[in-house]
Design a binder for this molecule. Structure first.
Ligand code: GLA
Length: 759
């Protein structure tokens, strides 16, 4: 709910309050963002405190207001030049390089729902309300409208800004932020999600002691630095303490600035990255930023994650797949790489159908001249040598096996060795007179051009209309040689944003034309994993790295801000193709089940026992699929540095995964399972999922192990016990042999437990 009285604005969600006011100088001054409070106007004055702090050498507003020091005020939206020397939300040039702006309140509007911006945008519901706050410069006709949309149930406030130029000269936007949040103190930790190819979104936490920039300059969101970040109280952990979470509904270059001011405040800004970017507004034109998601929880990091999960599932993910259970797929990439023929694909598919897999995905290598990664991109028609009956024929044969059929595309890219390049060399992003830099032997199409979008829409539509049920949309290189031949650009600095807008236009058209196709976004694994992509495609390829150990970090980081229904996880071969690490087949299944399950291995090489193990995994996953894909994810406490526990709570069950990094030899105690959110008024039945262990993994002990009659583990305990004392899990192998109760937990292993409440 949004309320306003006497210049005070109160934005309330079920568990949070966001307060600002129009101050004595007409600025929108932030007061507080906290867990839910019910303040009177006196209370609000008490929260803000009197304006009586003077700063030695500070610039103040005017002689009458010596304590009004812009560099020490909490603003809702900042601009340079009038004394606030911190990072600015908006830097816009007029009058041949002037940047000073003094943004003051003009009007506001509160309404149900939200105005829908250009794609991508968050959806709204009956509970959603929006505040539009109009500010403008005291002198120049430059206007900034701030949008705040409140989602009460998910504790989210969606932010964006629009800049309008009404001067009779151009205004050049250098920096424009989707949101600004100033906090009244600076005792915060910053948690960012960083990495690279095959090690995406690793969580990094540190105290904020200066100015931190989280940025992407590669043209996409990037696996180097996600636009998702948390600002947490130092004592906040997974389940307790105050944490704020932020992300942008955007897929291009982004910049997050977190600045500790000299006067013990913190400024938090999310923006399109200004590096190499400029946007020219003529008289009467405006620029609307992407939307930014802001949320707060007093229940720790998992509390913020739950807000993100609900918000993204309800208001970002959309279309007929939004709430539908996602099929289990087999992908051909690591099974065959470029070496595919219809015959081989059908053999994979037959075996997949036998295992209970539901969707077969033909990855790279099926089109044009694409027999390796040096050629073919851009030619979206089948290679008849490999697929004699074309896509249609293959799709019909796959469907006849009872499977859905999907394929891989990389629409934004072009190979020099392609028919498309021969016809349209001018469509490549490159600077005339300079040799462009390759990436994976390929180049990028200028998605700002309408003719490129039209070509892609036509050629992809032809493919997608051949009974295709699923599409994996890849993008495998970063942008370089920034130049567009599109005459519509007023400044080359518009390219990055116009590229992303073109991509969004293409995806919108294709989504509208093929509403039933399940789309999965991908970019060298998880190089463009963001809410912008999620608003067009219901799931994403998290990482090319499917090694169990690596996946723990990658999925844990991704789960911080994305729901399991968006996170695709494959069981792949051992040794793993990225890490060469060995792990058990059922161990790999543990983390892979905490998301959208798939397989990416040569299923024809599986022996009978392994096939049985895969069949069991699939029937287990299907039985608990709604929980795994749409449940509530939380971390559980662990008292062993080598173990972590993940839990996912569905309507009538909780599933727990224990992951063990290294097997502690002779540690002499049981691992303990505690569920702090167990209901004390209930009892719980805890059953361990029986695990397949390959005797080969046990070397010379394998033979004796297979002779043991292993006892299933199943007990019932009261909720209070599970919540507080926890239970001792069955003994793990510790170097002194095993009996019928021993759990074999090797290095990099996992175990699953199904916990059912009993009234
Ligand atoms: C990228 C993807 C992989 C695979 C290959 C195909 O690396 O992340 O999953 O599709 O491209 O070339």
């Amino acid at each position: 709910m949004i309320r306003t009285e006497n210049g005070i604005f109160l934005l309330e969600t079920e568990n949070t309050s966001y307060i600002f006011r129009i101050d004595e100088k007409g600025h929108a001054e932030h007061i507080s963002y906290t867990g839910r409070i019910f303040p009177s106007s006196e209370d609000i004055a008490a929260i803000a405190g009197p304006r009586d702090i003077k700063i030695g050498d500070g610039t103040y507003a005017d002689e009458e207001n010596p304590a009004y020091l812009p560099s020490n005020i909490l603003y809702e939206y900042s601009a340079p030049g009038k004394g606030d020397t911190r990072e600015s939300a908006l830097i816009a040039e007029y009058g041949n390089g002037l940047i000073t702006l003094d943004l003051v309140y003009r009007s506001h509007r509160i309404y149900k729902g939200k105005d829908l911006t250009d794609s991508p945008y968050a959806l709204s519901s009956d509970h959603t309300e929006t505040l539009e706050l109009k500010l403008s410069d005291t002198i120049e006709p430059i206007e900034v409208t701030l949008f705040y949309t409140v989602y009460p149930e998910e504790d989210v406030i969606l932010r964006s800004a629009e800049v309008r130029n009404s001067m009779d000269e151009p205004l050049v936007i250098r920096t424009v932020s989707s949101m600004q949040l100033d906090t009244d103190d600076d005792l915060w930790d910053l948690i960012s999600f960083d990495g690279a190819w095959a090690r995406e979104r690793h969580e990094n936490r540190r105290r904020i002691i200066g100015t931190e920039h989280i940025a992407s300059r590669i043209g996409f969101t990037s696996s180097e630095h996600s636009s998702l970040f948390f600002v947490a109280r130092p004592d906040a952990d997974d389940s307790s303490g105050t944490v704020m979470g932020f992300n942008m509904i955007y897929s291009g270059n982004h910049l997050e600035r977190i600045e500790k001011s000299p006067f013990s405040k913190c400024r938090i800004l999310s923006s399109i990255n200004p590096a190499g970017s400029a946007w020219v507004l003529e008289d009467g034109e405006s620029f609307r930023t992407p939307e930014a998601i802001m949320t707060l929880s007093d229940e720790g990091l998992d509390g913020v994650s739950w807000n993100f999960h609900r918000f993204l599932s309800r208001y970002i993910s959309r279309g007929c797949w939004q709430e539908k259970e996602r099929p289990i797929l087999l992908n051909s990439w690591e099974a065959a790489y470029f070496d595919i023929t219809e015959d081989k694909l059908l053999r994979f598919a037959e075996k997949a159908a036998e295992a209970g897999i539901e969707l077969f995905v033909m990855d790279d290598g099926w089109f044009g001249r694409r027999t390796d990664d040096t050629r073919g991109l851009g030619d979206w028609f089948e290679n008849r040598d490999r697929l004699p009956d074309g896509i249609e024929g293959l799709s019909a044969k796959i469907h006849a096996l009872g499977l859905k059929f999907g394929l891989w595309v990389e629409p934004e890219m072009i190979s020099i060795d392609s028919a498309l390049y021969e016809n349209h060399p001018e469509w490549v992003i490159r600077i005339p007179g300079r040799t462009p830099s390759p990436g994976r032997h390929q180049y990028i199409l200028d998605m700002s051009r309408e003719d490129v979008i039209d070509y892609l829409f036509d050629s992809l539509s032809k493919v997608f209309s051949k009974n295709v049920d699923y599409v994996k949309w890849d993008a495998n290189r970063n942008m370089s040689d920034y130049y567009s031949s599109n005459p519509e650009l007023r400044h080359q600095g518009e390219l990055f944003h116009r590229y992303i807008q073109g991509l969004y236009r293409l995806m919108s058209k294709l989504k509208a034309a093929f509403p039933e196709i399940l789309f999965e976004f991908c970019a060298s694994g998880g190089n463009r994993f963001d809410p912008g992509m999620l608003s067009f495609m219901n799931q994403g390829w998290t990482s090319d790295n499917t090694d169990i150990r690596s996946r723990i970090d990658i999925q844990q980081g991704t789960l911080r801000g994305f729901p399991p229904s968006a996170i695709c996880c494959h069981v792949s071969a051992s040794p793993n193709h990225q890490s060469l690490r060995k792990s058990g087949l059922d161990d790999r299944f543990g983390p892979a089940a905490f998301g959208v399950l798939g397989y990416e291995l040569n299923i024809l090489k599986m022996n009978e026992n392994e096939m049985d193990a895969i069949k069991n995994q699939i029937s287990f996953y299907k039985a608990h699929r709604r929980t795994f894909q749409f449940g509530r994810f939380r971390h559980l406490p662990s008292f062993d540095k080598d173990c972590i526990f993940w839990s996912i709570e569905g309507d009538d069950e909780i599933i727990v995964m224990e992951y063990q990094d290294r097997n502690g030899v002779n540690i002499g105690r049981h691992h303990r399972l505690i569920i702090p959110f167990a209901d004390e008024n209930k009892s719980y039945r805890i059953e361990r999922r029986e695990k397949y262990i390959s005797p080969e993994d046990l070397g010379e002990l394998g033979e004796s192990y297979s002779k043991v009659q292993h006892k299933p583990f199943s007990i019932t305990v009261s909720g209070s016990v599970l919540k507080k004392a926890g239970i001792a899990l069955p003994n793990t192998f510790m170097g002194r042999g095993f009996d019928e109760n021993t759990r074999l937990m090797l290095d990099n292993s996992s175990d699953l437990f199904v916990i059912t409440p009993i009234d």
